[in-house]
Design a binder for this molecule. Structure first.
Ligand SMILES: Cc1cc2nc3c(=O)[nH]c(=O)nc-3n(C[C@H](O)[C@H](O)[C@H](O)COP(=O)(O)O)c2cc1C
Length: 334
């Protein structure tokens, strides 16, 4: 069986398969990354962490930079607009076990851009360069950067910022091919990702709207990127990760699980979240996940509505189990 793509090389770290789980704030915490990694991810990235918040080191902030035992390598993502604060934060996360430090120049959320962080940095490429240089100089591990195309359609700075990244020693760039102003509207424009790959020599990770395994592989081939990053499409469907990993390994993509098997895994997910985070935190977080596991299942909308009001993990599990029993009875009857 011959691999269809090469490993991703970030500095001295070799990543197989070249398949990265997107950082998703409020979603890809330690537990989620630990659950998803075995589906076949090469690299996981923490939720973005404020470099300012790391100065104070609250329990919740420190938990965000904690790695799961199943993850290796792991990249810790930082955001902020001050080079020195970002450098100090990078040193700290490196001491806490980050294999890679990733800089966020992509977040469009108002609470981040109002302090000039995330995608707001793209309004000032010189500032981006100063931040990247300070972080590269601060740590002894690879530094990477994730960005959008630019602040607006009329100011697409991604090639400029990526060239600056390369010149100061950043070792890979991820591009989510939308502008900050677009938020999640329209679609990611992979022609820009291909253009970035042609423009720089360091590895490029392509990101945006990869919703099925064949499109993902096609996008990877057509753009020539070194790796792909998957975000929203994996939620409620971690099997997408395995299907893409299969194609990268050179075998046929495994079939999607049955609705009942999907829901069985939703219970594993729920129980793991409860064990690691406690019921009070896990159940509210699980509502969105269970809703996604239920997608496409007959009567799913009513079940989603029921789960939204329940605080007990056992009750949520009982509803899912009841649904599995219903699905199996239907299968026998059919
Ligand atoms: C809920 C949510 C939270 C996100 N948080 C982050 C983040 O912390 N850091 C980051 O770089 N991108 C973040 N993103 C953007 C994703 O990493 C990714 O770039 C985007 O969702 C496009 O990829 P997709 O189409 O595969 O989802 C977030 C996206 C979502 C939906």
């Amino acid at each position: 069986m011959a691999r269809t793509v090469d490993p991703l090389k970030i500095g001295s770290i070799s990543i197989w398969p070249p398949l990265v789980l997107a950082p998703m704030s409020g979603v890809t915490n330690r537990t989620m990354r630990g659950l998803y990694k075995p589906f076949g991810l090469g690299l996981t990235v923490t939720e973005f962490v404020s470099s300012n918040a790391l100065k104070f080191g609250s329990k919740r902030t420190m938990e965000m930079i904690d790695r799961h035992g199943l993850e290796s390598p792991v990249s810790t993502q930082l955001w902020g607009d001050d080079p020195q604060t970002m450098a100090d934060a990078a040193k700290l996360v490196r001491e806490c076990g980050a294999d890679i430090v990733d800089i966020n120049f992509g977040c469009p959320a108002p609470k981040v851009v109002k302090t000039n962080g995330g995608s707001a940095c793209l309004r000032d490429p010189q500032r981006c360069e100063e931040i990247m240089r300070a972080v590269v100089d601060a740590v002894d591990c690879p530094v990477t950067m994730k960005m959008r195309l630019g602040w607006t359609e009329s100011d697409l700075v991604y090639v400029d910022v990526a060239k600056r990244a390369q010149s100061v020693g950043v070792q890979a760039v991820t591009l989510h091919a939308r502008t900050a102003r677009q938020f999640y509207k329209g679609s990611a424009d992979w022609d820009h990702i291909a253009a970035l790959k042609r423009a720089i020599d360091i590895p490029v990770i392509g990101n945006g709207d990869l919703a099925d395994s064949h499109t993902a592989m096609q996008r990877m081939r057509d753009s020539g990127v070194d790796a792909i990053m998957l975000g929203r499409a994996t939620l409620g469907n971690p099997w997408l990760i395995s299907q893409i990993a299969d194609l990268m390994e050179g075998r046929e993509a495994r079939p999607s699980p049955s609705p009942a098997d999907r829901l069985r895994y939703a219970i594993v997910h729920l129980r793991t979240m409860v064990a690691e985070l406690g019921e009070a935190r896990a159940v509210p977080q699980m509502r969105k996940h269970v809703a996604l596991y239920l997608k496409g299942i007959h009567g799913g909308a009513q079940l989603r509505a029921r789960i939204m009001t329940i605080d007990s993990a056992d009750e949520v599990a009982a509803i899912i189990e009841e649904t599995i029993a219903g699905l199996e009875a239907d299968a026998v009857a059919a």
